[in-house]
Write a protein that binds this ligand. Structure first.
Ligand code: AMP
Ligand code: GLY
Length: 427
């Protein structure tokens, strides 16, 4: 099978690594890729935003499956254009990608499908939104509609803070489009990410993970794309997993199909495990980054087979097996991230990590410069380890991080703390 993978992050390196292990693979291309992906795939000289060029490349190479990693090309309709030309695509249509690109779309869908989620109200008039917030009281959550790359959400602990957030949304400080303001009930509980492969009708549980969004130890500092993750998420018992699939994922899939916009791809549910059960915080229409990096090493089955079955609507006879092991990934980022940072600094010691043999490094923002690997982004490496306990996985990952020679980089030292605490207490 010939595959084209779209994307350039650690998530896509993990996907490339797992796809490359498939005996069904005959050729793997990636665009735009990175220095790590280039070890697994041939870099295709195309811009993923240039849809006609992507279609022409797929025709030229007789590509059998296109795997779209990030959300932006999906929201821009790349999947639709490829599907219309007859190609099999892993990744939803533009209409179905609204589950991530519009928070209000998702809230409306939840109401229609009976999916448990925080109570909400939407406003275009900031004064009406403020009156509602004063009436409800704090804590309360203010969101901008639209893709906001992890920004555009304020969990306000006071009414004043909520009113400031409303002004920020109304002034367009957040990148959300349309200026629509979403006010949500603040839910309490532990957060967990649940993944499901969806073929339009059928959903297959595809692992759980927890990530660390804040930049610094102790979950402090600014929000980032994610500084590390581990899988599985201990909070997600088998009973909760079944409840999530039956009460959240399947009704979403059924409603999307009934609306004539079936969902095909991976559905990533960000959930809050509240006292009243699991509730949806948000959907993403792609794998998590860095969550994907901890799912792939645990997957026992052939990823390519599963992705193709998802694209072809053939998941009903499939199953997935996972290693009975923990996976943990530590993100090594450029100093300054998520703010401004330097590019082009060389990273040494990667071959020493390879020699350890028990760790996989997925590249995120890296580039090859002669025979050097240099940093080319905010999140640069994902140092990923398996272990029989979460502490073992954590120890292996940090041991590998410490062999790196890269003064321009930093990482959190406490990835997995919540799971380690549970393990230590024997829960
Ligand atoms: P989102 O971009 O929707 O994932 O929100 C970012 C973060 O804000 C989530 O990971 C939660 O920690 C928090 N959050 C969002 N919505 C709520 C809510 N209704 N109640 C409590 N926390 C929330
Ligand atoms: N790690 C969070 C995300 O991929 O959205």
């Amino acid at each position: 099978m010939k595959v084209l993978l779209i994307g350039s992050g650690g998530r896509e390196h993990a996907l490339a690594w797992a796809i490359a292990a498939s005996p069904m693979l005959t050729a793997l291309y990636a665009a735009p890729g990175n220095a790590g992906i280039a070890d697994e795939a041939e870099i295709a000289p195309i811009d993923p935003a240039d849809h006609p060029a992507v279609v022409a490349f797929c025709r030229d190479k007789a590509i059998d499956l296109i795997v779209v990693g990030p959300e932006a090309p999906l929201a821009a309709g790349l999947s639709d254009e490829l599907t219309a030309t007859g190609f099999a695509v892993f990744g939803p249509s533009k209409a179905a990608a609204q589950l991530e690109s519009s928070k209000i779309f998702t809230k409306t869908l939840c109401a229609e499908a009976g999916v448990p989620t925080a109570a909400f109200a939407t406003f275009t008039d900031p004064d009406a939104a403020k009156a509602y917030v004063r009436d409800q009281g704090a804590p309360i959550v203010v969101k901008a509609d639209g893709l906001a790359a992890g920004k555009g959400v304020v969990v306000a602990s006071t009414v004043d803070e909520a009113e400031d957030a409303i002004d920020a949304v109304a002034a367009g400080t957040f990148d959300g489009d349309g200026g629509e303001i979403l006010i949500e009930e603040a839910m309490e509980g532990e957060e967990v990410s649940v993944f499901a492969l969806c073929d339009g009708q059928c959903a297959l549980f595809f692992g759980s993970a927890q990530d660390h969004k804040r930049a610094f130890d102790g979950d402090t500092g600014p929000n980032t794309g994610g500084m590390g993750a581990y899988s599985p998420a201990p909070v997600l018992t088998d009973a909760l997993r079944d409840q999530v699939m039956a009460e959240i994922i399947q009704p979403t899939l059924d409603t999307m199909a009934a609306r004539g916009t079936p969902y095909r791809g991976v559905l990533y549910a960000g959930l809050m495990i509240t006292e009243a059960g699991p509730k949806l915080i948000e959907y993403n229409v792609r794998f998590g980054d860095p969550e994907c990096q901890v799912l792939m090493p645990r997957l026992k089955d052939d990823l390519l087979l599963l992705l193709k079955a998802t694209a072809d609507g053939l998941l009903s006879n499939m199953s997935v097996r996972w290693r009975e092991a923990w996976a943990l990934t530590v993100v090594v980022a450029s100093q300054g991230y998520p703010g401004a940072y330097d590019k082009g600094v060389s990273i040494d010691g990667l071959e020493k990590i390879d020699a350890l043999g028990d760790v996989t490094v997925f590249h995120a923002g890296t580039k090859r410069d002669g025979d050097q690997i240099v940093a080319n982004g905010g999140r640069v490496l994902n140092v990923t380890a398996l272990g029989n306990t979460v502490q073992e996985a954590q120890h292996r990952a940090y041991n590998a991080v410490d062999t790196l020679d890269w003064r321009g980089g930093f990482c959190r030292r406490d990835i997995g703390w919540r799971a380690v605490e549970r393990e230590t207490k024997g829960q």
